[in-house]
Ligand binder design. Sequence first.
Ligand code: PNS
Length: 163
Amino acid sequence: MEKIFVYPGSFDPVTNGHLDIIDRATAICDKLIVAVLVNSSKNPVFSLEERVQLLRTVLKGRNNIEIEMFEGLLVDFVRLKKSNVIVKGLRVVSDFEFELQMASLNKSLDKDIETIFMMTSVKHSFLSSSAVRELARNKGKIDELVPSCIVDEIYSKFESRLK
Ligand code: PNS
């Protein structure tokens, strides 16, 4: 049976930390579905189309990865995609409490779906999409935080927002 994993998130925008998890998850499954949340309560800076486009740019050339959008419950999407594994990255201890709650909730919604966690590489442990947004908004350096192919696009988003 094909091993399909789902890696969900807002990806507002995708960072090197996400990419690290994507590459490592891809290595242990047959297909990884990167699932972009449509209606994030976090009120994303990048539109859904922009978040997906940035992921497409970054993941170009990588095999066995699909980028999809989802709304509603994650477990419903996972089932729809004939998967039973959710992949999450854990950076620091403070992530744990929230992720444990999410994993337990998802387990209570569907006992057949497992959440597996990958520890984010230490060099990315301080990295978050919100940090990238904050730096880019203030013209700080982001070139070590996101893939080089999307650096300009991220800056220009904030420039256009200031106009
Ligand atoms: O990158 P994020 O914003 O931390 O990702 C959060 C995400 C998309 C994983 C989470 O918000 C989610 O799973 N949303 C879908 C709704 C859902 O199923 N919630 C959990 C059970 S209430």
